[in-house]
Design a protein around this ligand. Sequence first.
Ligand code: NAD
Length: 434
Amino acid sequence: MKIAVIGTGYVGLVTGVALSEIGHTVTCIDVDPRKIEELNQGIPTIYEPGLGDMMLKNQQRNRLRFTDQHRAGLEGAEAVYLAVGTPQRADGSANLQYVEQAALDVAEHIQKSVIVVIKSTVPVGTNQRIKRLMMQHTRPGVSIKIASNPEFLREGSAIHDTFHGDRIIIGTEDYETAHVLEEINAPFGIPVVKTDLFSSEMIKYASNAFLATKISFINEIANLCEKLGADVEEVSKGMGLDHRIGNAFLKAGIGYGGSCFPKDTNALVQLAGNHHHDFNLLKSVIEVNNHQQCLLIEKMVARFGSLHDKRIAVLGLAFKPNTDDLRESPALVMIPKLVELGADVVCYDPIAANQGARWISEPVAYTKNVAESLSGADCAVIITDWPDIKRMNPETYVRLMRTPIVFDGRNCYPIPVARKATIEYYSIGRPDVV
Ligand code: NAD
């Protein structure tokens, strides 16, 4: 099928590349000419394992192209995917201005009837509203069918997730549109759930809210473990083996971040409030997470008294490994606080460091490797469990740092290993090693 994808961010680019890989002819459209220029040179604009090779292969096959011109990009398209951002407004609700603008761009330029597929995460009712908006702006005789097809990929494993997802959700108003969407997605071989528009939109928010709840739950258990002398890693292992609970998203740490969980949980609370429903459970999940992101600072202040002039090695900036995305990363909460408390911050991240200047306005230094950031440091704080940080022998801290004191927000090292390395080690929900 001939498909256009609007937006070449994490979701749009991966969607466009994957749809071309399974045989469709795809044109990705973005308003950012810089992105389009790089993509046309075969350079992926995001870091995502496996994306670059697949993208290049399909560009060479002439199944995938990129443009910043809506009219040219939409020509002949039978389905148009909207994959633009839905960031958080100041009041927590989802900002739909990019979805609305993208919808208007499509309505203005399409010459024939199309299916518009909304991949962006949007509040319940938005698909229907976008359809109405588009119908007011299309030329006579051109009609719109709308489909909600929320995205569940995880940054860092987006290509894998797209080809091995647990389910594809398709929300439509009629059977025919659902059938076309099912056909488009058939080569993925992933179970399809066909439903109505409203339920499809809710499935996405409910899924993210549930996963965020699991994380905040285990973090609260971790905080209690610290007070009671239990080890949260043991607790989550024992809990996760129960198939009713499962071990996914049961890892204690310094809280969730990224471009989805924080904004989607806030948006659902807002959406509930708009309908006079007080979503107290989710409000607590958010509150727990906000506190969790400051936990290591509290531990550092308790250990040092003052952080003034302390050289602190920050290991990892991305909100999780295998991505260059810093959106809502705990690093963005912690680093300004550390600088405010007078610390001298030296950051390391194997992939996301070059995004640092865009997100962190405080005066911090960046290093090319872990050793450089640890050299002469008074303490290290682990924010992202990148493989090279996890694999590092903890004795390295002793060798390189002025004082080998490690605050680990991701529980990277087993307690006996930390003990053997003779580091002073503070982690989440486990006994301190002093
Ligand atoms: P993003 O910010 O990375 O990318 C959005 C892109 O859309 C940008 O490149 C922007 O230039 C482009 N754009 C904006 N308006 C446009 C227009 N009118 N025409 C053409 N291009 C336009 O966003 P993202 O992270 O890919 O997220 C997109 C949506 O998918 C959001 O609703 C998000 O909640 C949802 N989602 C994201 C993830 C994720 O892991 N990032 C996972 C699941 C769902």
